[in-house]
Design a protein around this ligand. Structure first.
Ligand code: ACO
Length: 375
C-alpha cells in the first residue's frame, strides 16, 4: 500500500513554528500572535518586520534603531547597477530581482557568516535593498537613470518615489505600506518552505531568499497577482467581466487567478483590506473601473465555483491605480515577503535539522544496462 500522503504535501505538518498562524476555516491570520487586521490598521511595515524577526513589538528606541538600519542600508553597489545595465531590456523584473539578490551577496560584508547577528544584518540589508533593485531596473529598462533612495522616507514611500521620481500622496504611501504588511508572512507557503529547505542545509540568507524568489515567481503562488491584471486587461470592458468568467469557468480545467487557496476555505483575510485600498486609491485617481471589474469577477466566481478571493486578487488593482507596471507586482510581493523568509531562516537556523523527505519509487527495477553500440 502506498505511504504517499495527499499530492502537494496537502495538510502535512512539517515543523513547529512560532512565527505565523493561519485558521483556514475562520479566515484568521496572526503574525507572532497579532491579528493581521490590527497590524494593517495600526502598524507600519518596518514595525511588522521587527515583530516577525524579534518576536515582540519594539520599544520606541528599538523601532527607531530598526527604522534607521532599514533606511540607511538602501543603497546598492554601483557595480550591481552596472551589472543590471548589461541585462537584456526584455528581462522580466522577477528574473532581474532573482539575479540582483544573488549579486548583492557578493557585496555583503557578512555573506559567509551564518551567526544569528550576521543573519539579522543580512536580512536588514536585503529588506532595505530589494526595493532599490526593483526600482532601479524599472528606470534602467526605460532608459532612465536610477533614483537614489531617500532615507527620510518610509520604506513604502521611498519605493514609490524611486519608481516614479515623485513623492507619493499620503494615501498612496499608506496603501502601499499596508500592502507590504499584509504580504509579509504566511506560514509554510511554497516560497517560505523553499527558503527553509535551503537554509536547512546551513546555506546562507541570500541563497535562501533567492530560493524564495524562484518559488514565488510561479503563477500558482505570487505570480498570480500579475495574471489577475492581465486578465482584467484582456476583458477590457467591465460589462464583459461576468460573461468572461461564466464562459471560462464552464471549462473544467480553467483557473481564475486570484482565487482559491490551499489553506483558506473562506475569503483570505487579507483580501478585504486590499479590496478597500484598491477602491480608495482608485477614487483618489478618479478611476475605480479595475477595482469594480475585479469585484464583479469575485462575485461571479464565488457564486459559480464556491471558491474565494485570495491575497493576489485585489493587490494588482491597488498597484495599477498607483501606475505601477503589471510585471512589477510579483517583485513587489517579494519586497515584502523577504521579511517572512528571513524570519523563517532565522528560526530554521536556531534549531536546525536538514530537511530531506523521501519519495516512493514507482520506476523500473533491475533494468539491465545495454552498451550504446547495441541499442
Ligand atoms: N479557478 C478555478 N478553479 C479553481 C481555482 C481557481 N483559481 N482554484 C481551485 N479551483 C478548483 C480546482 O479546479 C479544483 O476543483 P476540482 O476538485 O473540481 O478539480 C478545486 O478547486 C481544488 O483545487 P486544487 O488545485 O486541488 O487546490 P490546491 O490547494 O492544490 O491549489 C491554488 C491552490 C494553487 C492556490 C489554486 O487555488 C489556484 O490555482 N489558484 C489560482 C492561482 C492563485 O491565485 N494563486 C495564488 C494563491 S495565494 C498565494 O500564493 C500568495
Amino acid at each position: 500500500m502506498s505511504t504517499v500522503g495527499k499530492a502537494g504535501l496537502e495538510d502535512v505538518v512539517v515543523s513547529t513554528s512560532e512565527i505565523c498562524f493561519i485558521d483556514g476555516r475562520e479566515g484568521k491570520l496572526l503574525y507572532r500572535g497579532f491579528d493581521v487586521d490590527d497590524l494593517a490598521e495600526h502598524s507600519t511595515f518596518e514595525e511588522t518586520v521587527f515583530l516577525l524577526w524579534q518576536g515582540h513589538l519594539p520599544s520606541k528606541k528599538e523601532l527607531a534603531d530598526h527604522q534607521k538600519a532599514l533606511a540607511t542600508n538602501r543603497k546598492i553597489s554601483p557595480k550591481v547597477l552596472a551589472a543590471l545595465r548589461l541585462l537584456p531590456k526584455k528581462t522580466t523584473p522577477m528574473e532581474v530581482l532573482r539575479t540582483g539578490v544573488s549579486m548583492l551577496s557578493s557585496y555583503d560584508p557578512d555573506a559567509a557568516d551564518n551567526s544569528h547577528e550576521a543573519s539579522v544584518r543580512k536580512a536588514t540589508r536585503l529588506t532595505a535593498q530589494m526595493p532599490t533593485l526593483v526600482a532601479a531596473w524599472e528606470r534602467i529598462r526605460r532608459g532612465k537613470p536610477p533614483i537614489a533612495p531617500n532615507p527620510r522616507l518610509s520604506l513604502a514611500a521611498n519605493f514609490l518615489y524611486m519608481m516614479t521620481g515623485k513623492k507619493p500622496s499620503e494615501l498612496e504611501a499608506r496603501t502601499f505600506d499596508i500592502a507590504l504588511i499584509l504580504h509579509a508572512d504566511h506560514e509554510f507557503n511554497a516560497s517560505t518552505f523553499a527558503a527553509r529547505v535551503t537554509a536547512a542545509t546551513l546555506s546562507d540568507m541570500h541563497s535562501a531568499v533567492v530560493s524564495g524568489i524562484g518559488a514565488l515567481k510561479g503563477p500558482l503562488h505570487g505570480g498570480a497577482n500579475e495574471q489577475v491584471m492581465l486578465m482584467v486587461e484582456k476583458i477590457k470592458n467591465p460589462l464583459d467581466a461576468e460573461s468572461f468568467v461564466r464562459k471560462n469557468l464552464a471549462d473544467k480545467g480553467f483557473r481564475i487567478m486570484g482565487f482559491g487557496h490551499r489553506v483558506y476555505r473562506v475569503e483570505d483575510p487579507r483580501a478585504k483590506h486590499l479590496r478597500r485600498l484598491a477602491f480608495e486609491v482608485g477614487k483618489q485617481r478618479g478611476d475605480t473601473s479595475k477595482a469594480e471589474m475585479i469585484n464583479t469577477i469575485a462575485r461571479v466566481v464565488t457564486e459559480v465555483k464556491k471558491i474565494y478571493p485570495n491575497v493576489d486578487l485585489f493587490s494588482g488593482a491597488a498597484y495599477a491605480s498607483m501606475s505601477l507596471p503589471t510585471d512589477q507586482f510579483t517583485p513587489i510581493f517579494a519586497m515584502s515577503r523577504v521579511a517572512g523568509w528571513a524570519a523563517h531562516v532565522l528560526e530554521q537556523h536556531s534549531n536546525n535539522r536538514l530537511i530531506r523527505p523521501r519519495s516512493e519509487y514507482t520506476g523500473a527495477m533491475r533494468a539491465s544496462y545495454v552498451p550504446l553500440d547495441r541499442r
